[in-house]
Write a protein that binds this ligand. Structure first.
Ligand code: SAH
Length: 365
């Protein structure tokens, strides 16, 4: 049994079943035994692989996206560049290298990293030692100024709440003990008829993510007083519908979310519709989501691949092609992953979203 499971069992014995949101928060973020505190989960030797770890081209294109965004913001003298959940610092490294192509932009950058894990902060400090980043627990403490924010696979790691449809209403989905094993079970009644679908059938699970919508609210408050744009890339869907999407991944395989808490990555699909409503309702412009493939193609991923192939060996070309394919293939990360931009009111259409103008969305759709 993992040390964290022992702690969770003690907690359940004292207080009763704990909500899924608390279970997920502990499994990922417990200060000593949470998954992200344990080391580096990324890459071929870890549990999962993310886009920046698949190909340097991903971060480089985001660097060019940032440079164009900076120009659209009126080329401010200082740019507060925030990355939420920077992992190993790979995306930021590739982004900054590409940004050097636009030195007038690169010179304005001040880097702020929002990261919960001390272990990953240390790894980021090593990767990004030459640029003096400042770390934060949340975006609230990042100093004011024109802002560009990047968040790749950050929202999917924020805890979700789940509620289950019972005959008489909704109940909070919890984790408790049955037959000496951790099991999902109904907890106390959950009353929010406005936020939950009325056509759910008994037993269906509905999820929402208070930490993500609170994050968008905080971000929107910042964009109300400073020019800027936030690029959010993650896996998920456009519209909320019932369904349990909590998943565990360990050693590149799906695993039981209740097995070995603290030793598997736990994530759930991102509800882009909820992020969009919160951005709109706070007065921001929201663009997308568009599929990752459409976004990266529009930023020129194919041309970049061709350019890099010119001086490469056949083996390098093979690796390059297969990694780019993974990022844009509909059967891999091309359509499940999506990009969305939230920007200050009146901001022009960002690069990569040319064919997906915000005007096609109504405020409450
Ligand atoms: N963006 C990186 C890493 C994604 S994994 C990449 O694409 O490779 C999720 C990252 O978010 C990790 O760095 C994790 O430690 C961080 N994270 C998770 N929950 C967080 C929270 N509540 N606040 C800040 N960072 C968090």
């Amino acid at each position: 049994m993992t040390p964290l499971e022992t702690l969770i069992r003690t907690r359940i014995a004292v207080d009763g079943p704990i909500p899924v949101s608390e279970y997920m928060a502990l499994a990922l973020g417990h200060p000593d035994h949470g998954y992200y505190m344990n080391g580096s989960p990324f890459g071929a030797d870890g549990d999962f692989i993310t886009s920046p770890e698949i190909s340097q081209v991903f971060g480089e294109l985001i660097g060019l996206w940032a440079a164009v965004t900076w120009q659209q913001m009126g080329s401010p003298e200082k740019t507060v560049l925030i990355e939420c959940g920077p992992g190993r610092g790979t995306l930021m490294t590739d982004l900054l290298r590409a940004a050097e192509d636009v030195p007038v932009f690169a010179r304005t950058i001040e880097i702020h990293l929002v990261e919960t894990s001390k272990t990953l902060r240390n790894i980021q400090a090593g990767t990004l030692s030459c640029i003096n980043p400042v770390w934060h627990d949340s975006i609230e403490t990042v100093p004011p100024g024109p802002t560009i924010l990047i968040a790749n696979e950050f929202i999917d790691a924020l805890p979700i709440r789940q509620v289950t449809r019972e005959h008489t209403g909704w109940s909070e989905r919890c984790v408790g003990l049955t037959d000496d094993t951790l099991q999902f079970m109904p907890g106390s009644a959950y009353e929010d008829p406005a936020g939950t679908p009325i056509d759910a059938i008994t037993g269906e699970v509905y999820e929402f993510r208070p930490a993500a919508t609170a994050f968008v609210d905080e971000l929107s408050a910042r964009l109300a007083t400073h020019p800027g744009a936030a690029l959010i890339i993650d896996y998920g869907y456009e519209r909320q519908s019932p369904g349990d999407t909590l998943q565990a991944v360990r050693d590149h395989q799906f695993a039981d979310p209740l097995a070995d808490p603290g030793e598997a990555d736990l994530t759930a699909h991102v509800d882009f519709g909820a992020l969009r409503s919160h951005g709109f309702n706070s007065g921001c412009h929201v663009f997308g989501p568009v599929n990752q493939a459409a976004f990266l193609r529009s930023l020129g991923i194919v041309q970049r691949m061709t350019a890099l192939s010119e001086n490469a060996t056949p083996e390098q070309i093979e690796t390059l092609y297969s990694s780019i394919q993974r990022l844009i293939d509909p059967g891999a990360m091309g359509t499940l992953f999506k990009a969305m931009v939230i920007s200050h009111s009146g901001a022009p259409t960002p690069a990569g979203f040319e064919y997906h103008s915000t005007s096609s969305y109504r405020r409450n759709d």
